[in-house]
Design a protein around this ligand. Structure first.
Ligand code: AMP
Ligand code: ZN
Ligand code: FE
Ligand code: FE
Length: 281
C-alpha cells in the first residue's frame, strides 16, 4: 500500500519529514509522497530518511487554484522538487503572497476582537510555512474557540468572518507549469470543495483535455462507498485514481498515515500508473 497525500511541519502538518517516513515504515507502506502546501522544503529530509529505511519517496506538493469562475480546487503535483523549475518559481511567488496574507489575517482577526499576534502564529508554525491550521491552533490555545473545527467554521474557513483567500491561478495554467517542470497533476479530494458528484463528472472531460492526469479517488475522509464511485468515475474518463490520507498530524487528528480514518488502502499499482504517465510528459 502507498499514501500519496501527506503534509509535514514544513507546511501545516505537525510532524517532521523523518517521523512521517518512520510512520510509513511502521504501517508497512512501500511508497509515500510528501505533498506540503506550496513548498518543496521538506523533501530533502524526507528523501534521506526514506533511503535509509528503504521506502520510495515521491516528491510532491499541493497547490490551490481556480477552476472556472470561482471554484477553488486543490491540486497534487508529483515528481517535481527543483526549486528552479517553473513550478519551483511559482511556489516562491505563492510563499510571498502567503506572508502578506498572514499579516492581513492577523489584522482582520484583531479588528474582529480576536487579539492574536503574528509572532504567536509564527511560533505555532515553527520551521514551516504558515497556514490557516496554525491560526486555528492559536485561537484554540487562547480558548477563543472550542475546537479547530469551530475556528474554521466561524472564522477562518471559506465562509468564515475572517476569510482571506490566497493568490491562485487557473487549473489549466497550473497543469502547464507542472508539465513544463516534468511532473504530473492529480485533483485532490475532488468532493471536498465546491464539487458535487454530478458537477465533478460534468467537469472531467474538460479536465482531461487540459492535461490533468489523476483524480484523488482514495481519500482519508471518504467512505468506502464514495471511494468505489470515484475510482469508477476516474477510470471512466481515463484518469489515474490516485489516493492518500491528507495526514496533517495534530491539525487533523482523525487522519492517519496510510489508513486515513482506518479503512483507506491505496494500491501500489496507482503509483506504477503515475510513473508511466510521467514518462509521457
Ligand atoms: P491555507 O493553505 O492556509 O489556506 O490552509 C489550508 C489548510 O486548512 C488545509 O490543510 C485545509 O485542509 C485546512 N482547512 C481548510 N478549510 C478547513 C475546514 N473547514 N476545516 C478544517 N480544516 C480546513
Ligand atoms: Zn494542509
Ligand atoms: Fe487540500
Ligand atoms: Fe492536503
Amino acid at each position: 500500500m502507498i499514501d500519496l497525500h501527506i503534509h509535514s511541519n514544513f507546511s501545516d502538518g505537525s510532524e517532521t519529514p523523518e517521523s512521517i517516513i518512520e510512520a510509513a515504515k511502521d504501517t508497512e507502506l512501500t511508497a509515500i509522497a510528501l505533498t506540503d502546501h506550496d513548498t518543496f522544503d521538506g523533501l530533502e529530509r524526507a528523501a534521506k530518511r526514506a533511503e535509509e529505511l528503504g521506502i520510495t519517496l515521491i516528491p510532491g506538493c499541493e497547490v490551490s487554484c481556480l477552476y472556472g469562475k470561482n471554484i477553488s480546487v486543490h491540486v497534487l503535483c508529483y515528481f517535481v522538487s527543483d526549486s528552479k523549475s517553473p513550478l519551483g518559481l511559482y511556489l516562491e511567488a505563492l510563499q510571498h503572497d502567503r506572508s502578506t496574507r498572514n499579516e492581513r489575517l492577523v489584522l482582520k482577526l484583531n479588528e474582529l476582537g480576536m487579539g492574536i499576534t503574528l509572532d504567536e502564529v509564527k511560533k505555532e508554525a515553527g520551521v514551516g510555512l504558515i497556514g490557516r491550521p496554525h491560526f486555528a491552533q492559536v485561537l484554540l490555545n487562547h480558548k477563543m474557540v472550542g475546537s479547530l473545527d469551530e475556528a474554521f467554521t466561524v472564522w477562518l474557513g471559506n465562509n468564515g468572518k475572517a476569510y482571506i483567500p490566497k493568490e491562485r491561478i487557473e487549473l489549466e495554467e497550473l497543469v502547464q507549469v507542472v508539465s513544463l517542470s516534468g511532473g504530473v497533476t492529480s485533483l485532490a479530494h475532488p468532493l471536498s470543495g465546491s464539487f458535487s458528484f454530478d458537477r465533478l463528472e460534468q467537469s472531467l472531460a474538460h479536465m482531461k483535455e487540459i492535461g490533468v492526469v489523476g483524480i484523488e479517488s482514495y481519500y482519508g475522509k471518504y467512505t468506502p462507498g464514495t471511494i468505489l464511485k470515484l475510482v469508477a468515475l476516474a477510470e471512466k474518463y481515463g484518469f489515474i485514481p490516485t489516493g492518500g490520507s491528507d495526514f496533517h498530524g495534530k491539525y487533523k487528528p482523525d487522519l492517519f498515515i496510510g489508513i486515513g480514518q482506518g479503512s483507506l488502502a491505496v494500491p501500489d499499482e496507482v503509483l506504477e500508473k503515475l510513473i508511466s504517465a510521467k514518462s509521457n510528459v
